[in-house]
Design a binder for this molecule. Structure first.
Ligand SMILES: [Zn+2]
Length: 472
């Protein structure tokens, strides 16, 4: 599949709506998303079986020409084979959209491509294993790219091929009005199920003009953002952005629900260290846990969107921390793992929203000790435990909330850099993202002393440092 390249001035964006399907429609959604899973699993087994068969034949000395024909995993290859065999392996195929099967085949093609690239060294990062079959419990989804895909003018329904007109749980007004005005065009629609609720996510090309809202303050404002545990975020302006109340409430309920599920008879028997049949009461408790997880995620996502939109609109320059590495996110405590994922969310949202609103995003250098440095005299402490909520400087006597101190340091990073930006960013016509390091003069030696640092070291690498640019 070719990647869609939007015309200049247009960006690709998602609009996701919760659905309220009827019983027949739910059946149809389950059937089509199940078809995607079936095609994925069937062709995965087939590709694996052909490879094993060929390896066995080769070991018996069968010549190359007489081996079982190779099964490729490019999408056209998979689709060709699937169309040849579907009437035998899935005689019910006509009851589902061909796009549903295509979803499974496209996902499989990508998974096998990743596996192969990882094995041959073309793909960096953690080693990818052979793709695992999709279980029935896995998230269901199917993507539609052709046919009747639209939002109803009445704002309360979406129309999808084969599935028909489905009621939405929330208004589709924002998207419908853009489509009517000619500033949005639907590219595809993906239906998916999360914790028992169905969603439809439209991939939409949207024309975005850099009209900063009237309430946006004057130019030249810089803000550092520290994503916290206790608060959603702390700004260098001293503002503490609290976690939303529904979030704290859901988190509390979640803890309760998890303890309840733990008391019931689950599928794992700790006494014999083996599997057992889970009780219905356990399943009920577990479903509640799943629903609460979805609530926590939704509430959290909403508050991140509100915050990042406000930051991109109200400030000219936003500075955030470097991402935590993937391995650090694996925490057992939910609150902690949410906090660890926060810098990544911040950066992802601000990456495109600063592009929309003509502001600039900076990402602090990976080694920059924003928490350990005093924001007043820039002396770095060798150690600062997570339990210390207040930063007390032994050099200048500063006493400040730990997160505010970190946020101030982030904002200062950019104040010390002579903002020499490419034309795009200067005129506010695009997001310019790059990592920044502290200026060498006046900065105490910390962790970064042994590394190449300084503004100039950073500036020489601008082209390489540029993470991505939106040009509109
Ligand atoms: Zn100090």
């Amino acid at each position: 599949m070719k990647r869609y390249e939007p015309p200049a001035g247009w960006v690709v964006q998602a609009y996701k709506f919760a659905l309220d399907p009827g019983d027949t429609q739910t059946g149809s959604l389950r059937r089509n998303t199940g078809a995607a899973r079936f095609a994925y699993n069937h062709m995965l087994r087939r590709v694996g079986a052909v490879q094993a068969q060929r390896a066995a034949e080769a070991s018996y000395g069968v010549s190359e020409a007489d081996l079982t024909p190779w099964q490729g995993w490019s999408l056209p290859d998979l689709r060709r084979t699937w169309n040849e065999i579907k009437q035998w392996v899935a005689p019910w195929w006509a009851a589902c959209s061909k796009e549903a099967f295509n979803t499974g085949l496209a996902n499989l093609s990508a998974a096998l491509g990743n596996w192969h690239a990882s094995r041959t060294g073309a793909r960096k990062g953690r080693r990818m294993g052979w793709p695992r079959p999709k279980r029935k419990q896995a998230q269901r989804s199917a993507r539609f790219t052709t046919g009747a895909i639209r939002v109803d003018p009445g704002y309360r329904h979406v129309v999808l091929p084969r599935l028909g007109r489905i009621r939405t749980h929330e208004s589709t007004r924002k998207l419908a009005r853009r489509i009517r005005a000619g500033t949005a065009q639907i590219l595809s629609a993906t239906v998916s199920e999360t914790a028992g609720r169905w969603f439809c996510s439209f991939q939409v090309a949207v024309r975005r003009d850099h009209n900063r809202p009237a309430h946006a303050p004057r130019a030249g404002r810089v803000v550092g953002v520290d994503a916290g545990v206790k608060h959603l975020a702390v700004l260098s302006t001293g503002e503490l952005v609290p976690n939303p109340k529904p979030f704290n409430a859901a988190l509390k309920k979640l803890g309760k629900a998890q303890r309840r599920a733990a008391r019931r008879i689950g599928p794992y028997d700790p006494a014999t260290r083996s599997k057992r049949t889970a009780s219905k009461r356990w399943q009920r408790a577990q479903d509640a846990v799943t629903r609460l997880h979805a609530t926590v995620a939704a509430v959290r996502a909403d508050s991140w969107h509100r915050l990042t939109t406000r930051l991109a609109q109200q400030f000219d320059t936003v500075v955030v921390e470097h991402l935590h590495v993937a391995g650090m996110i694996r925490n057992r405590k939910l609150a902690r793992s949410l906090a660890d994922a926060a810098p990544a969310t911040l950066r992802r949202h601000l990456g495109y929203k600063t592009g929309w609103y003509g502001s600039i995003l900076y990402v602090a250098d990976r080694w920059y000790p924003s928490s350990k440095t005093c924001s007043a005299c820039k002396t770095a402490k060798p150690k600062l435990s997570l339990a210390e909520r207040t930063f007390n400087c032994t050099t200048c006597g500063l006493s400040l909330d730990r997160d505010v101190n970190a946020a101030r340091n982030l904002a200062d990073l950019v104040r010390h850099v002579d903002l020499e930006l490419p034309g795009d960013a200067k005129t506010g016509r695009g997001a310019y993202v790059r990592s920044v390091r502290p200026a060498p003069a006046g900065w105490a030696a910390g962790d970064e002393a042994s590394r190449p640092s300084g503004v100039n070291a950073g500036r020489q690498r601008t082209a390489a440092d540029r993470e991505f640019t939106f040009t509109h």
